[in-house]
Design a protein around this ligand. Structure first.
Ligand SMILES: Nc1ncnc2c1ncn2[C@@H]1O[C@H](COP(=O)(O)OP(=O)(O)OP(=O)(O)O)[C@@H](O)[C@H]1O
Length: 310
């Protein structure tokens, strides 16, 4: 459904835009219907840039992003872009920023109406809106007609998902959607993503929170400095992490029964070992660069790709 192939993103930075910053390097993965793919990495690792490129909010410097076989950066006509957004929508970290505080929350739904549902009668529109809001386990009577400050962050986040669901949604880009929510609401939103996955929706789930990110994801893509360092079925990546960076990310998740000193000592004792990519035969090295560990489990080089800082 969604396919990223050797995607690079270079930003122009500096006072006159003369410097270059490589945010994403040689990234490739796929998101299929009914699957959740998590992009996991620390701040600045390029996760949001990837989500923004998928949503066409940032351009692709090289490589391609295709959805149902069509290159998303080549959607020149308005009707092609409109069609794309009928199937692909994003929800972001701060739900309050998506709502105008001086308007009732209903307004975010109204904005869809003129573009995608012209001619829909008021009763029909209210019926559809109510149906979508109930899908995200909210009561339309309790949330519609309210101002954003009268609702919780979790309710607003679910309303944004309900709004996306009114379209013929096939892929949701969820960028840090749980980081601003309290623990109990987080689980509600994660469970909602699980329900949507069961209904066939593909989800690209961007997170820096390893523990919660893995809760619903089928595939985990671990990013560091814009490169994939490890990628594979979530169960494999977390049961048998191959890259030292993945291991240190896992070790940094607090565990009740182990002290940090124990974890740190264990990690320090691990031999670094040769870089799996730069010691692999050329023919085995895939774009990324990545090498295959197991069926769908890949490990990459966390250096600059030249083998000098592996
Ligand atoms: N519009 C931009 N112009 C220039 N540089 C940018 C821009 N957006 C992001 N960057 C840079 O690209 C790199 C990757 O940023 P990105 O936001 O994708 O990372 P991230 O992993 O999502 O981080 P965070 O979790 O903090 O949002 C960072 O070094 C960031 O400073």
């Amino acid at each position: 459904m969604l396919k990223l192939d050797r995607v690079h993103k270079v930003y122009r930075v500096g006072t006159f835009g003369t410097d270059r910053l490589t945010a994403v390097s040689d990234v490739g993965f796929e998101v299929h219907p009914g699957r959740v793919v998590s992009l996991i990495g620390e701040s600045g690792s390029g996760k949001s840039t990837i989500g923004r490129m998928v949503l066409r909010l940032a351009s692709v410097t090289s490589g391609s992003i295709t959805f149902a076989g069509n290159d998303v950066s080549q959607l020149r006509r308005h009707r092609h872009r409109k069609d794309y957004y009928r199937h692909v929508q994003g929800v972001f970290q701060d739900p309050f920023s998506s709502f105008n505080p001086i308007f009732k929350v209903d307004r975010v739904f109204e904005m869809l109406r003129s573009e995608y549902f012209p001619g829909t009668t008021d009763p029909e529109w209210r019926r559809r809106m109510g149906e979508s809001i109930r899908t995200v386990t909210l009561d339309p009577g309790e949330v519609l007609g309210k101002f954003p400050h009268q609702l919780s962050g979790g309710q607003l986040q679910r309303l944004l998902i309900a709004r996306a669901l009114m379209l013929d949604l096939r892929l949701l880009v969820a960028d840090e959607i749980i980081s601003m929510l309290d623990a109990s609401t987080r689980i509600d939103v994660l469970n909602l993503l699980g329900d949507l996955r069961a209904r066939g929706l593909g989800v690209l789930f961007v997170t820096h929170d390893l523990a919660l990110g893995t809760y619903v994801s089928d595939t985990s893509v671990i990013l560091r400095s814009g490169r994939i360092v490890e990628m594979g079925p979530t169960g494999h990546v977390f049961a048998k992490p191959q890259h030292p960076y993945t291991r240190s990310l896992l070790a940094s998740v607090p565990q009740l029964h182990r002290s940090w000193a124990e974890v740190d000592a264990e990690l320090s004792a691990e031999p670094d070992g040769p870089c799996p990519v730069h010691t692999a035969a050329d023919t085995e090295v895939l774009p990324g660069p990545l090498v295959r560990i197991d069926d769908d489990h890949f490990v990459g080089c966390s250096g600059d790709g030249t083998g000098t800082r592996c």
